[in-house]
Design a protein around this ligand. Sequence first.
Ligand SMILES: Cc1cc2nc3c(=O)[nH]c(=O)nc-3n(C[C@H](O)[C@H](O)[C@H](O)COP(=O)(O)OP(=O)(O)OC[C@H]3O[C@@H](n4cnc5c(N)ncnc54)[C@H](O)[C@@H]3O)c2cc1C
Length: 401
Amino acid sequence: MATFDVADYSGLRGTPCEFYSPPTIDSLEKFVRKRPHVSFRIGAGLTGVSGGAVPLSEECYIDVSQLTRIEWYDQKSGIIQCECGTTMKELQVFVRNGGWEFPIIPGSSERATLGGMLACNGGGPLSLKYGKIGNAVLELEIMTASGERFLVGGKSNKVSQGIMDKSIWIGSEGTLGIIVSALLRCIPKLPDLHYYRIASDDLSTLMQSVPQWLQYDPYVLELASEDALKFSSKSTENVIWAAFSKPLNTDILASSEFRITSEAPSTMEERFQIGHNLQNYKPFVDLDVSFPVKHAAMGVANLSKLLMDGSFEHIVFGHAGDGNYHIHAFFNGAKERETWEVVQTEFDQVVLDFDGSISGEHGIGRVHRDRYRKCASKWQKNVYKSLKKSLDPENQFPSLF
Ligand SMILES: Cc1cc2nc3c(=O)[nH]c(=O)nc-3n(C[C@H](O)[C@H](O)[C@H](O)COP(=O)(O)OP(=O)(O)OC[C@H]3O[C@@H](n4cnc5c(N)ncnc54)[C@H](O)[C@@H]3O)c2cc1C
């Protein structure tokens, strides 16, 4: 059987022992049923930055990107059921044509799939207003490694029948089973938004201003450091991009210590080009940290200092309104990678000291598994292991622990 290299945006690459891309969910079921002891690795858009879809040599890689059927759409109530390989862009275009919006718009929309986003509990700029993708889920269809299929969640908006079983799968990163399709709730079309670019020479002051902007109920509140902007506009200032349903009061604009300009929606390109353009610069590790907003400025400042002390070139950008920052640390060679292995323990301690998490939306994957193992509590480990034992008893999917 033909097999070839699989790589995502983490820098990892792997050659599986077998490769299969099912054209239908039924054919996927037949395939896994015939392989009761085979190790599987699930992948789709391969836009992940944590290596969760990159197979080991002993694993069979299942590419679910061909499962793209829109199974059902209730245009009157904005409820849609899609197969897992549907890209976020396809989903958005489809529901917009019907007068609705799907509010999860990652920078990787063109290729990131519904299943991949659910598996990582991904988000985007509008997650500040509408939450991450898990919030939009009504029901999921799951397939286990043995080919068993079942539904979790429910078709109604409100369900209080015991624990929320659908949550087990949101963020499970292809380690418990395959999310083959999802029933999702759309939101009404967005209002016309007023966009602003808020600039400062001082990153820390700008980051500390985030709670102040949150008072005006923004739909979007993104931030990038001057260093990050070398991958887009090359502007020599630190920037927040904010969008509100009403224009900001002129008194606020006049009294602000920042340089604020009213902008067209296309101003967001300055932010989104960063993620795409940094890919070919140098090898990097994507540190997708997340803090309570009140601690984020101090947390990120301490992490930056740690990286600077270790002479790591790095940039900061991300979803400031949610306290979620992508710190990209670049490697100039193998020696720096080795140093990073040492620094990361201290890095993670700073994250914990400021009540943070090591991933806000990109997941654990293969890249951050050791870090996660150290950070997770005994309770988290026990719950995960119990789930793994009952849902994947033959350990056919990879494990987070
Ligand atoms: C330029 C750029 C911008 C990005 N912007 C954002 C952003 O704004 N927000 C955000 O959240 N992320 C963002 N990402 C990260 C990435 O797009 C997300 O992590 C996305 O969820 C990955 O989806 P995918 O289909 O590419 O999954 P893959 O990379 O193929 O897989 C990712 C993980 O999901 C699992 N998986 C995939 N499909 C399934 C399935 N059907 N069932 C079970 N498990 C499955 C895999 O096993 C793996 O663990 C960005 C990445 C890039 C490169």
